[in-house]
Design a protein. Structure first.
Length: 405
């Protein structure tokens, strides 16, 4: 996947989680600092409690500062002031030592109590301060909530053109374009996906799954098709390019349709390869006839009525004597076609495999029967052996008795 970066530096804003933060205020002419608690500095801002600062007269000033456990570059600051107690002008500063301050942004006129400011990237600071100039007659301001968001690096989105893949299409064919896109940033999202023909924008989709379904190229030439993804920050990525060749269908192939790398035939009859065979099979469902050899690495045939019914308890296995008589009379196995039938009608691969499996399963049952018979004979022979042994012992006893007399 090809990623294109704009010259502009993109970034995200994430809300800063703050702990042990302090809100500090001061008034003009005062030499003491007033630490006000409990002004919280978590994701919800400095706090929900109203903070008031007073001044000693017109022309004074106030400031409020909050510290953070780490230094960062702020990209946004959101304010919620009291509706009748907010400054019309103020500045935001940053520092790391409470001594050297950097002015980040100055607001010269403000007419809203609730607003969000986008901040320039002026460096990383652990303490941010808001300086507020008091207007004549003002007694102070009320700050209800203040949220700082830090600037983090943004990763451009990922984009993959799913279709079409490179290939040849017939002139006038409708070709659907589709792509997948994702933004792996924690707060990232896909704003839009654009589909292009060379440098021409074909269409835009902002909802996954991303697609454009109205492209029907009419000019015979090669097209470059690709997609662009734009994230919520504005970063752009470009997919790999598919090369699409548009051609006309040869007159002899008017029933053939090229769709990408696939070829389809719209004919409702039979497709003959290598000429029409000398014999007709009479198969009304026939769609393809090849007068020659076919080479393939793998052949898959769908088949109904597979032969496992041989193992059903109710299946009657023919006596071997009947099988022998059938073979002697017909010169081939029962349920299998003869050589003459195969020469005349061909051989159904699926049916033949099913019949062969049937014979293998029947043969297995015959072997199991013979094994049981042999086991019974073995037991009978063992019983006879034991009987003969007892009879020998009795004969020996009779001989001994007769000898004693």
């Amino acid at each position: 996947m090809l990623l294109l970066f704009s010259a502009k530096i993109y970034s995200q804003c994430v809300t800063v989680t703050r702990s042990n933060a302090q809100v500090q205020s001061s008034t003009s002419g005062s030499t003491t600092a007033d630490y006000k608690e409990p002004y919280r500095a978590f994701d919800t801002g400095i706090g929900s409690d109203t903070s008031h600062w007073s001044t000693d007269g017109a022309g004074g000033w106030q400031w409020i500062a909050t510290s953070f456990p780490e230094a960062f570059s702020v990209c946004q600051v959101s304010f919620v002031w009291g509706t009748d107690q907010f400054p019309t002008s103020f500045s935001i500063k940053g520092t790391n030592d409470y001594w050297h301050w950097t002015v980040i942004k100055t607001v010269t006129y403000n007419s809203n109590s609730t607003f969000t400011l986008d901040m320039p990237d002026s460096g990383n600071f652990s303490v941010y301060q808001i300086d507020m100039a008091l207007s004549s007659g003002s007694t102070g301001y009320s700050l209800y909530n203040c949220i700082f968001r830090k600037r983090v690096a943004n990763t451009p989105p990922e984009i993959n053109l799913v279709s079409p893949t490179s290939g040849t299409f017939i002139q006038g064919t409708n070709i659907q374009l589709s792509a997948t896109a994702q933004d792996n940033d924690s707060l990232g999202s896909i704003r839009k996906v654009e589909f292009y023909q060379d440098s021409l924008l074909l269409g835009t989709d902002s909802v996954a799954p991303y697609s454009y379904t109205s492209w029907t190229p009419s000019t015979i030439r090669r097209y470059k098709i690709y997609a662009k993804a734009t994230d919520n920050i504005g970063a752009v990525s470009v997919s790999d390019t598919s090369l699409i060749d548009i051609t006309t269908a040869p007159p002899a192939l008017k029933n053939w349709i090229l769709t990408g790398n696939n070829i389809n035939n719209s004919n409702t009859g039979i497709v003959f390869v290598g000429g029409v065979p000398a014999t007709s099979r009479g198969d009304t469902a026939l769609k393809l006839s090849v007068n020659g050899n076919i080479y393939a690495r793998k052949l898959t045939v769908t088949q109904l009525n597979w032969s496992d019914y041989v193992f059903d308890p109710g299946y009657k296995l023919r006596p071997l004597k009947d099988v022998e008589n059938y073979i002697q009379k017909n010169k081939h196995l029962l349920d299998m076609p003869s050589a003459k039938e195969v020469a005349a009608n061909g051989l159904s691969v699926g049916d033949n495999q099913a019949n062969l499996l049937k014979k293998v399963e029947e043969l297995t049952l015959y072997i199991i029967q013979q094994d049981k018979q042999q086991e019974m004979q073995r037991k009978m022979l063992e019983e006879q052996r034991k009987t003969l042994g007892l009879m020998k012992e009795e004969i020996e006893l009779l001989k001994k008795r007769r000898t004693k007399k």
